[in-house]
Design a protein around this ligand. Structure first.
Ligand SMILES: *Cc1c(COP(=O)(O)O)cnc(C)c1O
Length: 338
């Protein structure tokens, strides 16, 4: 039996329908502006997020980096949540490539407090760094796919606006937040200056992330993407997968959420584990020894990721059905001796 892979929602393989869309994609040289499928995807994502333009990137990390570079200058600061992806998982890209210092603020379960953000924004004057940017993440990966409620995002945006600080939304899993809450994507999009969304996670594409930007930032973002080596050629083959996924794989995200809840429920009451109640498709299990439990699960054909020494992450996605959840629940019960 092939292993059940719950390490991430990035492990999905393109479906037959998606492969068919890829095979039929009309393409051209996108660096020359000639790829009609890329243009169609960029227009579609801009429309969904209520922005003037969107750019296709090879990865979310490159799209986040482009946004951070676009909003800052060397020797300035960006504020981000303590366990944000841009802080913990992007290898200091903003510092390395942009000379930007990240000032972190501890959130409550990943949720930033507007007053704490206000306090982290530097006072004007020649003696402090200039705060240029606030980065927010929705859903919050390390907090277990936690949704940043729209009201909270609004409050954070208002604080940033008081100080002329731009807001970048790392929405790698914004699709999940929108599917779980029913809040339209444009509502989230209007509360940030730039928005990154990922095609290669819950939506099930092989490659690709998008950065949605206002018209005033489009040329700068395109130039930065090129500088980072993110300009691509016949990338319509990737864009075709993205268009297909936006059409066919967005509504089904609520199925992933229901399966994550089912898995969490199955773990409830097992000895030695505390479950972080999932709001979307990420189940975080607090355990005394996460690596040992992950190894024992692996022996039973269930792959999870060791998020921290005491935290195991299991993510539901397109390639996990009800049978997969049942299999994972059985393996966990065996390993934890419930
Ligand atoms: C995965 C992820 C990214 C980066 O996306 P890649 O495509 O893997 O580079 C950025 N932010 C968050 C919150 C993520 O989960």
């Amino acid at each position: 039996m092939s292993p059940l892979d719950l390490r991430s929602d990035t492990v999905t393989r393109p479906t037959a329908g998606m492969r068919d869309a890829i095979a039929r994609a009309e393409v051209g040289d996108d660096a020359l502006g000639d790829d009609p499928t890329v243009r169609a995807l960029e227009a579609r994502v801009a429309e969904l997020l209520g922005k003037d333009a969107a750019l296709l990137f090879p990865s979310g990390i490159m799209a986040n980096l482009t946004a951070m570079l676009a909003h800052t200058e060397p020797g300035s600061e960006a504020v981000a949540e303590r366990s944000a992806h841009v802080v913990d998982w992007e290898d200091c890209g903003a510092a390395h490539f942009g000379g930007v210092q990240l000032r972190t603020v501890q959130g409550d379960g990943g949720l930033l407090d507007p007053d704490a953000v206000r306090a982290a924004i530097r006072p004007a004057g020649p003696h402090h760094p200039r705060t240029r940017l606030l980065c927010v993440e929705n859903t919050h990966n390390a907090a277990g796919g936690r949704i940043l409620p729209l009201e909270r995002l609004r409050a954070l945006r208002a604080v940033a606006a008081e100080h002329e600080v731009a807001v970048h939304l790392d929405g790698a899993r914004l699709w999940n937040a929108a599917a779980a809450t029913g809040v339209p994507l444009t509502d989230w999009g209007s509360e940030a200056d730039t928005v990154m969304v990922t095609l290669s996670k819950g939506l099930g594409c092989p490659v690709g992330s998008m950065l949605a930007v206002p018209a005033a930032l489009e040329a700068r973002a395109r130039r930065l993407r090129r500088r980072l080596g993110g300009g691509m050629r016949q990338s319509g083959v990737l864009a075709a997968a993205g268009l297909y996924a936006l059409e066919h794989h967005r509504e089904r995200l609520t199925e992933d959420h229901a399966r994550a809840r089912a898995l969490a429920d199955a773990c409830e009451g097992l000895p030695g584990v505390r479950v972080v109640p999932p709001e979307t498709n990420i189940v975080m299990l607090e355990l005394a020894d996460a690596p040992a439990v992950a190894a024992a699960l692996r022996e039973r054909g269930v792959l999870t990721s060791v998020f921290t020494p005491t935290r195991l992450r299991a993510v539901t996605h397109l390639d996990v059905g009800d049978d997969g959840v049942a299999r994972a629940a059985r393996a966990l019960a065996e390993v934890l001796g419930g």
